[in-house]
Design a protein around this ligand. Sequence first.
Ligand code: UDP
Length: 327
Amino acid sequence: MKILVTGGAGYIGSHVVKALGEKGYKVLVVDNLSKGHKEAVLYGKLVVADLEDKNTLDVIFKEFRPDAVMHFAAFIEVAQSLREPLKYYKNNTVNTINLLEVMLKNGVNKFIFSSTAAVYGNPEKVPIPEIEPIKPINPYGQSKAFVEKVLQDFDKSYGLKYVSLRYFNAAGADPEGRIGESHDPETHLIPLILKTAKGEKESIKIFGTDYPTPDGTCIRDYIHVDDLAEAHILALEYLLNGGSSEVFNCGYGHGFSVREVIDTARKVTGIDFKVEETERRPGDPAILVADSSKLRKVLDWKPKFDDLEYIIRTAWNWERRRERGQE
Ligand code: UDP
C-alpha cells in the first residue's frame, strides 16, 4: 500500500512515517521544509513541494498513485494565529482544500486529517467527547474546524472517506532518540522546559496562574507521539478496510497542569531550573482533556506510553542527543 504523507518531515508526521515504514507501507513525504527537517524522514522518499502549488501536486499524485493520504502539513501556534490569521486560513484551510481537490481529481478518496482539540474552544464537558460543539476560540482552531466541515460535505457529495484525528497535546519523542520535537521558534511547554533545564533559556514562564483549575494553571492531556502515531495506523487500516468517515479524539483522558509538568520535568532531569509566573497567553483554554473512549472502542487503540515521566524522559533523551550534535 502506498501512502502520501504531507508534513512528514515535521514532529508528528515524522513519527507516523516511522510507524508506516516499520509496518511495510510505501511512503512518499511531501513537505516544503518550512518547518520540517529532512533528516527526520526515516523511511520512504521526500519530495520538497508546497501544497499551494496544485500543478506540482497533480504530477506527484500521477507518479506515486497513493492509496491514501495523511495530511500533517500545517501551522500550529495558537498565539501566532491570533496575530496572523491569514497565514492560518491560507496554509491550514485553503491548502488542505487544494490537496483534497488534487486527490479527488486523481481518484484518491481516503484521507487522514490532523485536527485538533482547539476546535472545541472552551468546552462545557470535560473530558471532552467528540459530540461536544465545535466552537474554536482562536484562528488556529477555526482553520482546522473549517476543514472538518469541508470533509463532511466532500464525503456527502464526492464520496471522500476520511478520519479526522483531534489531537490533544502531542509530546515526547522516539524512544530510540532518532527523532523528536524541534520547532523554530519553539513554543511548546515540554521542549521549552527542557531547554531551560539545559541552560539554553534563563527561565520557563508559566502563562497564567489564575485559571479555574486546582493550581490555577492550564491543564492539558499530553499524549506520547508514538501512541498518537499508532492511532494514525489504526485509522488508516480502518479506512483501507472500507470504514466510513469518523472523527476521533486522541488523548489519554486525563490531564496535567503546567505546574505538574514542570515538577515532573524537575524530577526527570534532576535540574532545579528557574520558573517565572507571567500573564496568560492569549487564546489558551483553561482545560483540554480528551474523552478517548471512541478511539479505544472503535479502533481498538491501546496506548503504551501513558506516563508523563516516561514522556518527558523520551523528550529529554532527544534534547540531550541534539546537544551532543547527533541530531
Ligand atoms: N505554556 C506555558 N509556558 C510556556 C509554553 C506553554 O505556561 O512557555 C502553557 C500554555 O499556556 C498551555 C500549556 O502550557 O496552557 C501547553 O501549551 P503548548 O504551547 O505546549 O500547547 P497547546 O496547548 O497550545 O497546543
